[in-house]
Design a binder for this molecule. Sequence first.
Ligand SMILES: [Zn+2]
Length: 325
Amino acid sequence: MKKMVLACALALCASTAMSAEIVPIAAGIDLIPGEFVPNRQPDGNSLIFRTPTGLVVMDTGRHAEHAQRILAYAQQAKLPIKAVINSHWHLDHIGGNPRIRADYPGVQVFASAAINDAMHGFLANYRKQLEEAIAQAKDASKTQPWRDEIAIIDAGHALYPDVIIDKTQTRRIADRDFVLHLESHAVTAGDVWVFEPKTRALAAGDLVTLPVPFLDTACPAHWKIALDDLAHADFKTLVPGHGAPMSRAQFEAYRKAYDNLYTCAASSKEKGICIDGWIADAKPLLGNTDPRFVKSLVDYYLDNSLRAPKAKLDKLCGAAPSPAS
Ligand SMILES: [Zn+2]
Protein backbone atom coordinates (compact mmCIF):
# COMPACT_ATOMS: atom_id res chain seq x y z
CA MET A 1 0.00 0.00 0.00
CA LYS A 2 2.77 2.34 0.96
CA LYS A 3 4.49 1.67 -2.32
CA MET A 4 1.38 2.58 -4.23
CA VAL A 5 1.23 6.01 -2.64
CA LEU A 6 4.88 6.48 -3.47
CA ALA A 7 4.23 5.48 -7.06
CA CYS A 8 1.50 8.10 -7.28
CA ALA A 9 3.90 10.63 -5.88
CA LEU A 10 6.39 9.63 -8.52
CA ALA A 11 3.82 10.14 -11.23
CA LEU A 12 3.46 13.71 -10.12
CA CYS A 13 7.12 14.50 -9.79
CA ALA A 14 8.15 13.58 -13.26
CA SER A 15 5.09 14.52 -15.29
CA THR A 16 5.38 17.36 -17.68
CA ALA A 17 3.54 20.54 -16.85
CA MET A 18 0.27 20.93 -18.71
CA SER A 19 -1.25 24.31 -19.38
CA ALA A 20 -4.27 25.29 -17.32
CA GLU A 21 -5.81 27.29 -20.16
CA ILE A 22 -9.39 26.56 -21.10
CA VAL A 23 -9.57 24.38 -24.21
CA PRO A 24 -12.70 24.51 -26.40
CA ILE A 25 -13.86 20.98 -27.29
CA ALA A 26 -17.11 21.62 -29.21
CA ALA A 27 -19.95 24.15 -29.26
CA GLY A 28 -20.81 24.78 -25.61
CA ILE A 29 -18.19 22.40 -24.24
CA ASP A 30 -14.91 23.50 -22.69
CA LEU A 31 -12.09 21.63 -21.02
CA ILE A 32 -10.37 22.88 -17.88
CA PRO A 33 -7.22 20.75 -18.03
CA GLY A 34 -6.10 19.01 -14.88
CA GLU A 35 -2.73 20.32 -13.88
CA PHE A 36 0.41 18.22 -13.59
CA VAL A 37 3.20 20.05 -11.91
CA PRO A 38 6.33 18.63 -10.31
CA ASN A 39 6.07 17.39 -6.71
CA ARG A 40 2.35 17.83 -6.56
CA GLN A 41 -0.60 15.45 -6.74
CA PRO A 42 -2.47 15.82 -10.06
CA ASP A 43 -5.92 17.17 -10.84
CA GLY A 44 -8.04 15.25 -13.32
CA ASN A 45 -9.48 17.05 -16.33
CA SER A 46 -12.81 18.87 -15.90
CA LEU A 47 -15.19 19.12 -18.82
CA ILE A 48 -17.83 21.84 -18.71
CA PHE A 49 -21.07 21.56 -20.69
CA ARG A 50 -22.89 24.87 -21.08
CA THR A 51 -26.66 24.80 -21.47
CA PRO A 52 -29.03 27.79 -21.55
CA THR A 53 -30.04 27.08 -17.95
CA GLY A 54 -26.72 26.24 -16.36
CA LEU A 55 -23.52 24.24 -16.35
CA VAL A 56 -22.89 20.52 -16.07
CA VAL A 57 -19.38 19.76 -14.82
CA MET A 58 -17.70 16.42 -15.39
CA ASP A 59 -15.14 15.93 -12.57
CA THR A 60 -14.03 18.62 -10.15
CA GLY A 61 -10.27 18.12 -9.69
CA ARG A 62 -8.42 17.78 -6.41
CA HIS A 63 -6.89 21.11 -5.39
CA ALA A 64 -8.65 24.29 -4.32
CA GLU A 65 -7.15 26.13 -7.29
CA HIS A 66 -8.75 23.73 -9.75
CA ALA A 67 -12.19 24.07 -8.14
CA GLN A 68 -11.67 27.82 -8.17
CA ARG A 69 -11.14 27.73 -11.94
CA ILE A 70 -14.46 25.91 -12.33
CA LEU A 71 -16.23 28.45 -10.11
CA ALA A 72 -14.61 31.35 -11.97
CA TYR A 73 -15.78 29.84 -15.27
CA ALA A 74 -19.37 29.76 -13.94
CA GLN A 75 -19.14 33.35 -12.75
CA GLN A 76 -17.84 34.49 -16.08
CA ALA A 77 -20.53 32.56 -17.96
CA LYS A 78 -23.12 34.01 -15.54
CA LEU A 79 -24.63 30.55 -15.26
CA PRO A 80 -25.17 28.39 -12.17
CA ILE A 81 -23.57 24.98 -11.81
CA LYS A 82 -26.59 22.70 -12.03
CA ALA A 83 -24.92 19.33 -11.93
CA VAL A 84 -21.66 17.51 -11.42
CA ILE A 85 -20.91 14.12 -12.91
CA ASN A 86 -18.03 12.25 -11.28
CA SER A 87 -16.31 9.67 -13.46
CA HIS A 88 -15.02 7.81 -10.38
CA TRP A 89 -14.08 8.37 -6.74
CA HIS A 90 -10.34 9.08 -7.03
CA LEU A 91 -9.54 12.29 -5.18
CA ASP A 92 -8.24 14.07 -8.29
CA HIS A 93 -11.79 13.84 -9.74
CA ILE A 94 -14.07 14.49 -6.75
CA GLY A 95 -11.96 16.82 -4.59
CA GLY A 96 -13.76 19.97 -5.77
CA ASN A 97 -17.28 18.62 -5.02
CA PRO A 98 -17.52 20.23 -1.54
CA ARG A 99 -16.47 23.67 -2.83
CA ILE A 100 -19.01 23.52 -5.65
CA ARG A 101 -21.72 22.40 -3.23
CA ALA A 102 -20.86 25.32 -0.93
CA ASP A 103 -21.37 27.88 -3.73
CA TYR A 104 -24.26 26.07 -5.44
CA PRO A 105 -26.26 24.26 -2.73
CA GLY A 106 -28.80 23.06 -5.29
CA VAL A 107 -26.22 21.20 -7.37
CA GLN A 108 -26.95 17.56 -8.12
CA VAL A 109 -24.00 15.17 -8.14
CA PHE A 110 -24.21 12.06 -10.33
CA ALA A 111 -21.82 9.12 -9.81
CA SER A 112 -21.69 5.41 -9.18
CA ALA A 113 -22.00 4.14 -5.61
CA ALA A 114 -18.41 2.89 -5.55
CA ILE A 115 -17.22 5.65 -3.21
CA ASN A 116 -19.05 3.90 -0.39
CA ASP A 117 -16.73 0.90 -0.29
CA ALA A 118 -13.71 3.04 -1.16
CA MET A 119 -14.28 5.24 1.91
CA HIS A 120 -14.14 2.18 4.14
CA GLY A 121 -11.30 0.50 2.27
CA PHE A 122 -8.84 2.21 -0.03
CA LEU A 123 -9.38 5.76 1.20
CA ALA A 124 -9.43 4.74 4.87
CA ASN A 125 -6.05 3.02 4.35
CA TYR A 126 -4.69 5.96 2.41
CA ARG A 127 -5.77 8.31 5.21
CA LYS A 128 -3.91 6.16 7.73
CA GLN A 129 -0.76 6.28 5.59
CA LEU A 130 -1.02 10.05 5.36
CA GLU A 131 -1.33 10.37 9.12
CA GLU A 132 1.71 8.16 9.60
CA ALA A 133 3.67 10.20 7.09
CA ILE A 134 2.73 13.43 8.90
CA ALA A 135 3.69 11.95 12.28
CA GLN A 136 7.07 10.82 10.97
CA ALA A 137 7.86 13.93 8.94
CA LYS A 138 11.07 15.67 9.93
CA ASP A 139 10.03 18.93 8.31
CA ALA A 140 6.50 19.89 9.39
CA SER A 141 6.33 22.62 6.75
CA LYS A 142 6.26 19.94 4.05
CA THR A 143 3.20 18.15 5.40
CA GLN A 144 0.52 20.54 4.14
CA PRO A 145 -0.24 18.58 0.94
CA TRP A 146 -0.89 15.48 3.07
CA ARG A 147 -3.15 17.46 5.38
CA ASP A 148 -5.01 18.71 2.31
CA GLU A 149 -5.55 15.11 1.19
CA ILE A 150 -6.94 14.21 4.60
CA ALA A 151 -9.23 17.26 4.48
CA ILE A 152 -10.71 16.04 1.18
CA ILE A 153 -11.37 12.57 2.59
CA ASP A 154 -12.86 14.09 5.74
CA ALA A 155 -15.38 16.03 3.66
CA GLY A 156 -17.18 12.67 3.67
CA HIS A 157 -20.69 12.88 2.30
CA ALA A 158 -20.04 16.17 0.50
CA LEU A 159 -18.04 14.01 -1.91
CA TYR A 160 -20.84 11.50 -2.46
CA PRO A 161 -23.38 11.44 -5.29
CA ASP A 162 -26.97 12.64 -4.82
CA VAL A 163 -28.03 10.51 -7.77
CA ILE A 164 -26.48 7.07 -8.06
CA ILE A 165 -25.78 5.79 -11.55
CA ASP A 166 -26.32 2.05 -11.28
CA LYS A 167 -26.70 1.28 -14.98
CA THR A 168 -26.12 2.85 -18.37
CA GLN A 169 -28.86 5.38 -19.09
CA THR A 170 -29.77 8.58 -20.91
CA ARG A 171 -30.42 11.50 -18.60
CA ARG A 172 -31.70 14.97 -19.32
CA ILE A 173 -29.61 17.24 -17.14
CA ALA A 174 -29.99 21.01 -17.31
CA ASP A 175 -32.02 20.64 -20.52
CA ARG A 176 -29.35 18.66 -22.31
CA ASP A 177 -29.26 14.91 -23.04
CA PHE A 178 -26.33 12.90 -21.74
CA VAL A 179 -25.71 9.19 -22.11
CA LEU A 180 -24.15 8.07 -18.85
CA HIS A 181 -22.36 4.75 -19.25
CA LEU A 182 -21.48 2.60 -16.27
CA GLU A 183 -18.49 0.26 -16.31
CA SER A 184 -18.12 -2.16 -13.41
CA HIS A 185 -14.73 -2.95 -11.92
CA ALA A 186 -12.62 -1.28 -14.58
CA VAL A 187 -10.58 1.64 -13.17
CA THR A 188 -12.59 1.42 -9.93
CA ALA A 189 -15.61 -0.65 -8.89
CA GLY A 190 -17.89 1.83 -10.71
CA ASP A 191 -16.75 4.15 -13.51
CA VAL A 192 -19.03 6.53 -15.38
CA TRP A 193 -18.20 7.83 -18.84
CA VAL A 194 -20.32 10.34 -20.70
CA PHE A 195 -21.36 10.69 -24.32
CA GLU A 196 -23.06 13.87 -25.47
CA PRO A 197 -24.93 13.00 -28.70
CA LYS A 198 -25.36 16.53 -30.03
CA THR A 199 -21.66 17.28 -30.32
CA ARG A 200 -20.44 13.66 -30.13
CA ALA A 201 -18.05 14.60 -27.35
CA LEU A 202 -17.05 11.79 -25.02
CA ALA A 203 -15.64 12.20 -21.52
CA ALA A 204 -13.81 8.99 -20.68
CA GLY A 205 -12.64 9.69 -17.12
CA ASP A 206 -9.62 7.59 -16.21
CA LEU A 207 -10.50 4.82 -18.67
CA VAL A 208 -8.02 6.74 -20.81
CA THR A 209 -4.94 8.16 -19.07
CA LEU A 210 -1.47 9.03 -20.26
CA PRO A 211 1.45 8.44 -20.18
CA VAL A 212 0.29 4.98 -19.02
CA PRO A 213 -2.96 3.47 -17.74
CA PHE A 214 -3.04 4.25 -14.00
CA LEU A 215 -3.93 0.78 -12.79
CA ASP A 216 -3.72 1.27 -8.98
CA THR A 217 -7.33 0.35 -8.20
CA ALA A 218 -8.12 -1.28 -11.55
CA CYS A 219 -9.16 -4.65 -12.88
CA PRO A 220 -6.96 -4.86 -16.00
CA ALA A 221 -9.27 -7.35 -17.78
CA HIS A 222 -12.39 -5.21 -17.35
CA TRP A 223 -10.49 -2.06 -18.30
CA LYS A 224 -9.79 -3.73 -21.65
CA ILE A 225 -13.52 -4.43 -22.10
CA ALA A 226 -14.35 -0.84 -21.15
CA LEU A 227 -12.02 0.42 -23.88
CA ASP A 228 -13.93 -1.74 -26.36
CA ASP A 229 -17.17 -0.13 -25.13
CA LEU A 230 -15.69 3.33 -25.69
CA ALA A 231 -14.70 2.29 -29.21
CA HIS A 232 -18.35 1.51 -29.99
CA ALA A 233 -19.43 5.08 -29.19
CA ASP A 234 -19.77 7.36 -32.23
CA PHE A 235 -17.57 10.07 -30.76
CA LYS A 236 -15.74 12.83 -32.55
CA THR A 237 -13.54 13.95 -29.67
CA LEU A 238 -12.62 11.94 -26.61
CA VAL A 239 -11.48 13.75 -23.49
CA PRO A 240 -9.34 11.53 -21.26
CA GLY A 241 -9.15 11.77 -17.47
CA HIS A 242 -5.60 13.06 -17.80
CA GLY A 243 -3.98 14.37 -20.95
CA ALA A 244 -5.01 16.16 -24.13
CA PRO A 245 -8.24 15.53 -26.09
CA MET A 246 -8.02 12.68 -28.61
CA SER A 247 -9.29 12.03 -32.10
CA ARG A 248 -10.70 8.61 -32.97
CA ALA A 249 -7.34 7.58 -34.47
CA GLN A 250 -5.47 8.60 -31.33
CA PHE A 251 -7.89 6.68 -29.14
CA GLU A 252 -7.50 3.60 -31.35
CA ALA A 253 -3.73 3.84 -30.91
CA TYR A 254 -4.25 3.95 -27.15
CA ARG A 255 -6.61 0.96 -27.21
CA LYS A 256 -4.17 -1.06 -29.29
CA ALA A 257 -1.32 -0.16 -26.94
CA TYR A 258 -3.40 -1.27 -23.96
CA ASP A 259 -4.39 -4.55 -25.66
CA ASN A 260 -0.78 -5.32 -26.49
CA LEU A 261 0.40 -4.52 -22.98
CA TYR A 262 -2.36 -6.66 -21.48
CA THR A 263 -1.55 -9.59 -23.78
CA CYS A 264 2.18 -9.28 -23.13
CA ALA A 265 1.58 -9.19 -19.36
CA ALA A 266 -0.50 -12.38 -19.59
CA SER A 267 2.31 -14.16 -21.46
CA SER A 268 5.60 -15.40 -20.06
CA LYS A 269 7.51 -12.72 -21.96
CA GLU A 270 10.04 -10.88 -19.88
CA LYS A 271 9.06 -7.56 -18.44
CA GLY A 272 11.40 -5.46 -20.58
CA ILE A 273 9.66 -6.66 -23.75
CA CYS A 274 6.25 -5.56 -22.44
CA ILE A 275 7.65 -2.19 -21.36
CA ASP A 276 9.32 -1.53 -24.70
CA GLY A 277 6.12 -2.62 -26.44
CA TRP A 278 4.06 0.00 -24.61
CA ILE A 279 6.60 2.71 -25.34
CA ALA A 280 6.63 1.84 -29.04
CA ASP A 281 2.83 1.52 -29.34
CA ALA A 282 2.00 4.66 -27.34
CA LYS A 283 4.83 6.74 -28.87
CA PRO A 284 2.55 8.97 -30.97
CA LEU A 285 0.59 9.83 -27.79
CA LEU A 286 3.48 10.39 -25.42
CA GLY A 287 4.75 13.68 -26.83
CA ASN A 288 7.95 14.64 -25.09
CA THR A 289 7.31 12.67 -21.88
CA ASP A 290 10.61 11.26 -20.64
CA PRO A 291 10.73 7.59 -21.77
CA ARG A 292 12.59 6.64 -18.56
CA PHE A 293 9.65 7.90 -16.57
CA VAL A 294 7.16 5.96 -18.74
CA LYS A 295 9.35 2.88 -18.35
CA SER A 296 9.34 3.15 -14.56
CA LEU A 297 5.56 3.43 -14.48
CA VAL A 298 4.91 0.45 -16.78
CA ASP A 299 7.44 -1.53 -14.76
CA TYR A 300 5.56 -0.67 -11.58
CA TYR A 301 2.13 -1.53 -12.98
CA LEU A 302 3.33 -4.82 -14.45
CA ASP A 303 4.44 -5.96 -11.00
CA ASN A 304 1.66 -4.43 -8.94
CA SER A 305 -1.33 -4.76 -11.22
CA LEU A 306 -1.06 -6.58 -14.53
CA ARG A 307 0.97 -9.43 -13.04
CA ALA A 308 -0.28 -9.08 -9.46
CA PRO A 309 -1.30 -12.19 -7.52
CA LYS A 310 -4.64 -13.65 -8.58
CA ALA A 311 -6.26 -12.96 -5.20
CA LYS A 312 -5.56 -9.23 -5.50
CA LEU A 313 -6.89 -9.09 -9.07
CA ASP A 314 -9.97 -11.16 -8.19
CA LYS A 315 -10.86 -8.63 -5.54
CA LEU A 316 -10.39 -5.67 -7.89
CA CYS A 317 -12.33 -7.49 -10.61
CA GLY A 318 -15.29 -8.02 -8.29
CA ALA A 319 -14.99 -11.81 -8.25
CA ALA A 320 -16.72 -13.47 -5.31
CA PRO A 321 -14.18 -14.25 -2.60
CA SER A 322 -13.23 -17.91 -2.56
CA PRO A 323 -14.41 -19.76 0.55
CA ALA A 324 -11.86 -19.83 3.34
CA SER A 325 -9.90 -23.04 3.30
ZN1 LIG B 1 -7.24 10.61 -12.22
